[in-house]
Ligand binder design. Structure first.
Ligand code: J2J
Length: 585
């Protein structure tokens, strides 16, 4: 099997005949916006305010820069940038020359970036010097030093607002540093003219999105212009976007939700304005809503809770409450929004709520403007397209009637048929006839609306950030003092879930101290435990794991329940441990 799995020819023909799939490409999307809305504001960040014409110029300049350092049609480019206007230009510049961006998140570290560069065989890595105080220039150098084929490094000098305190990360020895290229200089027009290049065709893979992951290594998701842009256009229509809309992007721009549901691309399609927030805190975002007259924003549930609590507090003397009257729609998705919070959005923020249940693999569900209040509060919406096929099945794969909880399987005009370069994993992640096994437990209503009620995949959804249990366990058992580990989600009022690692130390190993019987009670076992937890966290950070993957709680145990009696499957073990784990204090 090749690098990716296309939709079968007869199905593709059906999607084209139905008008779902068109010949639109990503450069075509930008061109159309430039032609219709040239002087309207396209993208705003703290230091930049670009019209569509400016965005086009920036795109041409970065395309010239990428081409100048050897990036060609079909090459992969890992992009890890904060929420800045340049990010949008970098994406369109890759598409302009037919290169495939790989959407890394700012939170990713050595482990993830090296993996993306390796699996995608990346020609270039585009990042910033620093993001939120972390030294991404050093990170990029470490990744290059460890890559079989080091990517060309392109760095954006960190804008003051996303920089932070001085970096303290391990650095690569000066003699091993690879030369870097200056993205800011490219944006200022240091290279040119833009190359003559052919963008990828509508039916070719145009970028690689990231999966939340359920296995040891995060999978890459190949998306084509014809499938992705169909979902973008329909999302813009469902959200009633117009050229007058101003969308606040507070989540990391690379995430599939703010990118495409309808996100940045939906706004470009509509000719509206994207406002990129440097961080999602209400103290940053609420004043930005007032200043830019933001009309739509997209959040994960914990942020929605923060915003609600922020507007619920009495205004401080001398600091008037930001005027949020421009905001017409708050989208919340990525994790389950509890109904109590959903109920408060409209009255407390003065805007409509839309629940969004999507996945980077494809299927996206929205509650609709015409849905009644209870449907908006109690469901996570219904699919975008009449051609989205949804099955709800029991553990044996048998279809269940509406109203019964089962696993959601889906297939459709913008859902992938397989991950990138992952034939083995694809054999279990998809059914033989091409349905994606989402791992989500849902209940369907006769109207097609879905309510997410749980999960059968070994993943933790930490307030929208996805963590594969298996990946963290593999890192933990690499520690010489760890015999075994199981990572589970435990309930958390704010995040929905937080991650808890149960760790069995090697009986005679360096971490066993806290578990030893202490006959005279003289040893301070609690202090020992704290020291071990600190050691394990530092160990995981040292292995270059993204910050959100470091377990919130580490529990040392002498053995796992049930494993003494006979073999217990890891899944069953995780379920038992999650059930045993005390909820957050
Ligand atoms: C419960 N679980 C949800 C929701 C996602 C739009 C919105 C979100 C994503 C996304 C996205 C949920 N309630 N409202 O790509 O375009 C969980 C499910 C799902 C997984 C996908 C988009 N919304 N989830 O979150 O690829 O478990 O995409 O399968 O990051 O998030 O995660 P991801």
């Amino acid at each position: 099997m090749g690098a990716w799995v296309p939709v079968p020819g007869d199905v593709a023909a059906r999607y084209r005949d139905a008008g779902y799939w068109t010949d639109q490409t990503f450069p075509g999307l930008l061109d159309a916006a430039v032609q219709r809305f040239a002087d309207r504001t396209a993208v705003i960040d703290t230091e930049t305010r670009w019209s569509y014409r400016d965005l086009e110029l920036a795109t041409e300049r970065v395309a010239a820069g990428l081409h100048g350092v050897g990036v060609r049609r079909g090459d992969r480019v890992v992009v890890q940038l904060p929420n800045v206007a340049a990010y949008v230009a970098v994406l369109f510049s890759c598409w302009r020359i037919g290169a495939l961006p790989v959407f890394a998140l700012p939170a990713h570290r050595d482990s993830e970036l090296l993996h993306f560069c390796t699996v995608a065989d990346a020609a270039a890595l585009v990042t910033a010097d620093r993001i939120a105080g972390y030294d991404h220039a050093a990170l990029a150098q470490r990744v290059a030093a460890r890559s079989a084929r080091p990517p060309v490094l392109v760095l954006l000098a960190a804008p003051a607002v996303v920089a932070g305190p001085a970096p303290r990360e391990p650095v690569v020895a000066p003699e091993n540093l690879v030369p870097t290229h200056d993205l800011a200089a490219w944006l200022a027009g240091s290279v040119g003219p833009a190359p003559v290049a052919t963008p990828s065709a509508p039916d070719e893979v145009a970028f690689l999105q990231l999966s939340g992951g359920t296995t040891g290594t995060p999978k890459l998701i190949p998306r084509t212009p014809q499938d992705y842009l169909y979902s973008v256009r329909e999302s813009a229509r469902i959200c009633e976007l117009t050229p007058d809309d101003v969308m606040l992007v507070a989540l990391p721009a690379a995430h599939n939700f703010p990118m495409s549901s309808p996100g940045i691309l939906g706004v470009v399609h509509a000719g509206g304005t994207v406002v990129l927030a440097s961080d999602p805190a209400p103290t940053t975002c609420l004043p930005l809503i007032e200043a830019e007259r933001v009309t739509v924003a997209a959040l994960v549930p914990p942020l929605a809770l923060l915003w609600l609590s922020s507007v619920g507090r009495p205004a401080r003397p001398g600091r008037p409450r930001p005027d949020l009257s421009s905001l017409r729609l708050l989208q919340v998705g990525g994790a389950k929004l509890v109904a109590e919070a959903a109920r408060r959005v409209e009255s407390e923020l003065g805007c409509r709520l839309q629940q969004v249940f999507g996945m980077a693999e494809g299927l996206v569900n929205y509650t609709r403007p015409e849905d009644d209040f209870d449907t908006v509060v109690d469901t996570q919406g219904r699919p975008i397209s009449p051609a989205d096929e949804v099955r709800v099945v029991d553990a044996d794969g048998r279809d269940l009637p509406d109203g019964e909880a089962g696993e959601l399987l889906t297939r459709g005009p913008y859902t992938i048929r397989g991950y990138y370069e992952a034939a083995d994993h694809n054999a279990t992640a998809f059914t033989a006839d091409g349905f994606y096994r989402t791992g989500d437990l849902v209940v369907r209503r006769p109207s097609g609306h879905l309510t997410v009620v749980g999960r059968v995949k070994d993943q933790i959804n930490r307030g929208g950030d996805k963590i594969a249990s298996d990946e963290i366990e593999n890192h933990l058992v690499a520690h010489p003092g760890v015999l075994d580990a199981a990572v589970v989600g435990v309930p958390d009022q704010f995040l929905g879930e937080r991650s808890c690692a149960f760790v069995r130390p090697e009986p005679d190993g360096p971490l066993a101290g806290p578990l030893l019987v202490d006959p005279d009670g003289s040893a301070d076992r609690a202090a020992d435990r704290t020291a071990v937890e600190r050691e394990l966290r530092a160990f995981l950070r040292g292995r270059g794991l993204a910050t959100y993957k470091i377990p919130d709680v580490i529990v040392l145990v002498a053995e796992f329940p049930g494993t003494g009696v006979g073999k217990v499957s890891r899944r069953e073990l995780r379920q038992r441990l999650a059930a045993d784990a005390a909820p957050a204090p």
